[in-house]
Write a protein that binds this ligand. Structure first.
Ligand SMILES: [Ca+2]
Ligand SMILES: [Ca+2]
Length: 183
């Protein structure tokens, strides 16, 4: 509490409600010094009245959880929070009609902006795969998940596509190793 009072108004992040210290106190509900999946999930909003995708929460936590402790400490949390706010800005930027969802066309613009070259048909597949709310478009949490998965799959593919022609030939065991790298 003392920390919260002392920092209130002390920095511009606090005024904006973005101060990592104040945020931390709010999110680490059980004061364990580690933010768990559940605590992070409760702190996040996907802009709809549904709980934030637990798979996305796990993906993000595991990205910053250096010692594999199942959560993030204070310093790691600063990275988590920055990561999420960066995605928030990207999401808002590509949600051209401000609908709170990314539709197929907006997804195409976003991923093309990130450097992906994919067919219209495949954007349909992506929407189908990541549209948890069955709205024909993706919410904020599912958009992050879509981008994380796509990036992981692409990274693994690229490791095998040494001549970068977009084609790879892999054996059964190489294929299994590829998949194990992702799941
Ligand atoms: Ca905690
Ligand atoms: Ca939209």
């Amino acid at each position: 509490m003392r920390f919260q009072l002392a920092s209130a108004g002390a920095c511009c992040f606090c005024v904006l409600g973005l101060c990592p210290g104040v945020k931390w106190l709010k999110v680490d509900k059980d004061r364990s010094g580690v933010i768990s999946d559940t605590e992070l999930q409760q702190a996040l909003s996907n802009g709809t009245w549904t709980p934030f995708n637990p798979v996305t929460v796990r993906s993000i936590i595991s990205m910053f959880d250096r010692e594999n402790k199942g959560g993030v400490n204070f310093n790691e949390f600063a990275g988590v929070w920055k990561y999420i706010t960066d995605w928030q800005n990207i999401f808002r930027n590509y949600d051209r009609d401000n609908s709170g969802f990314i539709d197929k066309q907006e997804l195409k613009q976003a991923l093309t902006g990130f450097g992906y070259r994919l067919s219209d048909q495949f954007y349909g597949t992506l929407i189908e795969k990541f549209d948890r709310q069955r709205k024909g478009q993706v919410a904020f949490d599912d958009f992050i998940q879509c981008c994380i998965v796509l990036q992981r799959l692409t990274d693994v593919f690229r490791r095998y596509d040494t001549d970068q022609d977009g084609w790879i030939q892999v054996s059964y065991e190489q294929y299994l190793s590829m998949v194990f790298n992702i799941v």
